[in-house]
Ligand binder design. Sequence first.
Ligand code: PMP
Length: 412
Amino acid sequence: MADKAQRLWHPFADMSRIPGHELVLARGEGCWLWDDVGRRYLDVTAGLWFANVGHGRAEIADAAAAQLRSLAAYSIFDRYANEPALALADRLAAIAPIEDAAVFFTSGGSDSVDTAAKMARRYWQLRGHTERTVIVARTNAYHGMHGFGTALAGIPGNAAGWGQIMPDVLHVPHDDHTALAAVFAQHGTKIAAVIGEPVIAAGGVYPPVEGYWKQVRALCDEYDTLLIADEVVTGYGRLGSWFASDLFEIRPDLVTTAKGLTSGYLPLGAVLVGPRVRDELWSAGAGMFRHGYTYSGHAAACAAALSNLDILEHEDLAAQVRRLTPVLAAELDSLRGLPAVREVRHVGLLGAVQLAQPEQTDTLVARLRERGMLLRGLVGHSIQISPPFVITETELRKFAAVLAEELTELGR
Ligand code: PMP
């Protein structure tokens, strides 16, 4: 390790092949990013699916800075609150896809998933159902990188090599209601919860088959089981509604969120907790749900989130997502039939192109970067398309045209 350029550990990069970095990003504005030598790139993925209102929003920076100057953070463990945390919890309850939700703040998506998994298990223990320990998760799912989330992930390899992190996890194929029904028929009275991303994101962007989530909710009701919607990617507008649960018309018991809550300006997550779980955990009394994070309710992060929600509302960005949804759909559908393309998938402002030749995924990403567009490859040889909501139709079509050219070239 020779110089400072090689000190930074890049998660997921092959550090043996390329020590050091490939690109230094210096600035962002809207859906555009600039590197340290002034080259401009279209942020086709909104970072890791977070920069929903776009980069460089002075309002969010100002709100966070003002809060940092007055009180950056203080623990909310001991019944201390701060104004931004109170206001944000109230605001989230108003838009939550659950009636009368309580809000448990975390520092990010992985925290939110582990919080929800613990809540589900503890809920049944407190009710005296110690046999209800199983959490059903789905293939291709991504639920973050903490312990429970790693165990719950259905992406091959994520849990490999770590031993049994969490007992009693069952995986079912992600869009197969029959398989889920069979698991319920066999283990129903032992199932504490089902967890699922309404649309599988990092695992390759798989929208659910028609009616799937209503069927899952019905099964959970039949067996009195909790439903956890992991809306870390889909939450706060990505599909044109506040939550994917709204679009698919389900009421989860717990909703895990992060990313789009602040559009990435500061790290923050929130679990939206329905009255069923809340009432059980609250009435159990002190020490019965020992869980929380130093930065739960971080004042400056909550101020950033409030400003982010203001922007989403004032600019009606959900409507913008709904306007762009058919544009993205038509553009991606038109790629079907190209020799380099195996499949395209999309819902809302979320899409993926899966390549016929897996080894071409990196090549495509590299070529698009040369043409000023930042994307990344997902598990299963798909490329991720999830631009900031502020992308214009012209920019989206321009990107799609370049993508089509490069895919045509790859197929030659
Ligand atoms: N759940 C889902 C569905 C996610 O996509 C992610 C992150 N990509 C997480 C959880 C974990 O979030 P974080 O990286 O903020 O911990």
